[in-house]
Design a binder for this molecule. Structure first.
Ligand SMILES: Cc1cc2nc3c(=O)[nH]c(=O)nc-3n(C[C@H](O)[C@H](O)[C@H](O)COP(=O)(O)OP(=O)(O)OC[C@H]3O[C@@H](n4cnc5c(N)ncnc54)[C@H](O)[C@@H]3O)c2cc1C
Length: 389
């Protein structure tokens, strides 16, 4: 809403051939296109909507290496070594985004931010402290804060918190357009309003058919359709949830908190907030564990009130007024990690499914892994996000 449709692309009105077809022009498709074009591939991107108008437009774009599953829990799911590796990859992804933003012309706004993960209740303090110990053990730059310090430094009421370096924030929608725009001068290889309605897997590649009957012949296909990707995978890989967010009216600068930190809590579902443009506060959470867009959208007003109420319980000195509220869908996997790579049922096809509350860092990891797979280069991390894990 804030930025509108910043760039328009034509729909496909002829049959074409390309090396790589990418379905989905959200942040995952745009990053994959960016990585592949930089490696010399001929790429065409297709989206059924305008570019970036899926989950990417709804994103509050916190960039955190701390995924929705704490390191201690993730270790139980995938083993300690893999869990630590996944966290380190997410941390690297944040700095990868920073360096991509610097290389874009003009350079794109990106900020490194610390984060504060606070215990929602006294009973969560112990587990959060164990999480802190494990992170420190594995070299993450984190500090433990007791309740009095959390209050003194952040003005927040919480029984304890982990204060971590190495987070970031970016405008995911505008970044998507900047990434797609980086190749615009090379011809029309981005198509919006182009729904891929059929995929045929052949011996030497794929043929995609659009809803208007045009065909795209590609050597390889990347599916980056966000939460709409499930229909291309035979086994169920994610639950789709509804999530809510709002941006407040500007807040007095002297009321804002330490280092513009990204704030989030231990409760499930969790509330999270950060400072956005012009001292507004971006606040999200109150997720519902279902996905019905009509019911979800009817709840926006109530969820806005609930978010404001919960916020005011924690940050008593800020009287927040919502300016604009919205809702969106996001996928949740069994271990909080994304699904990236290939499945035998769909030859010549790669998936970039950055599900979860940290979908954007996963999108970077997906772009890198898929690029390596297409270059036939060994990627030592690919197994972490395999469909058979
Ligand atoms: C309210 C909200 C807050 C969030 N906050 C954060 C956050 O703070 N930090 C974070 O990292 N992540 C966050 N996320 C998640 C993050 O936004 C997503 O992980 C990310 O945007 C997913 O990008 P994507 O490109 O994979 O999917 P999308 O942006 O959904 O893009 C997929 C695209 O595929 C297109 N498509 C689908 N089917 C077809 C088809 N058949 N043919 C052609 N095109 C098709 C769609 O039109 C869509 O544009 C949030 C999500 C929501 C909803």
């Amino acid at each position: 809403m804030k930025d509108g449709i910043v760039a328009t692309y034509p729909s496909l009105d002829e049959n074409i051939k390309t090396d790589i077809a990418i379905m989905g022009a959200g942040v995952s498709g745009a990053l994959t296109a960016y990585y592949l074009r930089n490696s010399g591939f001929d790429v065409a991107v297709f989206d059924r909507r305008h570019a970036g108008m899926g989950s990417t437009a709804a994103s509050t774009a916190f960039l955190q290496y701390e995924i929705d599953t704490p390191l201690t829990k993730l270790s139980a799911y995938v083993g300690k070594q893999n869990a630590v590796k996944s966290y380190r990859l997410c941390r690297k992804a944040i700095y990868d985004i920073e360096s991509i933003c610097k290389k874009l012309e003009p350079a794109f706004d990106f900020s490194i931010r610390p984060s504060l993960h606070y215990a929602s209740f006294k009973k969560h303090r112990g587990e959060l402290y164990n999480e802190y110990v494990m992170r420190r053990e594995h070299g993450f730059n984190a500090e433990w804060l007791e309740a009095a310090d959390v209050n003194k430094i952040f003005g927040l009421d919480a029984p304890g918190a982990i204060f971590s370096a190495d987070g970031g924030e970016v405008d995911a929608y505008m970044l998507t357009h900047a990434l797609l725009g980086a190749f615009r001068h090379e011809g029309h290889t981005i198509f919006s309003n182009t729904t891929i309605s059929d995929i045929s897997h052949e011996r030497r590649g794929v043929t995609l058919t659009t809803a208007t009957g045009h065909t795209i012949k590609a050597k390889k296909l990347v599916i980056a359709c966000g939460y709409e990707s499930q229909k291309y995978v035979p086994k169920k890989i994610a639950e789709i949830h509804a999530t809510y967010a709002l941006v407040s009216e500007p807040v007095r600068e002297d009321l804002l908190w330490h280092k513009n930190s990204l704030m989030w809590e231990t409760a499930t579902p969790y509330m999270y907030f950060r400072i956005a443009d012009k001292n507004r506060i971006l606040l999200g959470g109150k997720d519902d564990f279902f996905h019905n867009p009509q019911i979800r959208d009817a709840r926006i007003k109530r969820k806005t009130e609930m978010l404001i109420h919960s916020f005011s319980q924690k940050m008593r000195h800020i009287n927040l007024k919502a300016d604009f509220s919205w809702a969106g869908a996001f996928g949740v996997t069994k271990d909080g990690l994304p699904y990236i790579g290939a499945i035998p049922e769909r030859p010549h096809t790669y998936f970039a499914l950055g599900y979860g509350g940290n979908g954007i860092t996963f999108s970077v990891i997906a772009a890198e892994i898929i690029r390596d797979m297409l270059l036939k280069k060994k990627n030592e991390n690919a197994h972490l996000f395999d469909f058979n894990r």
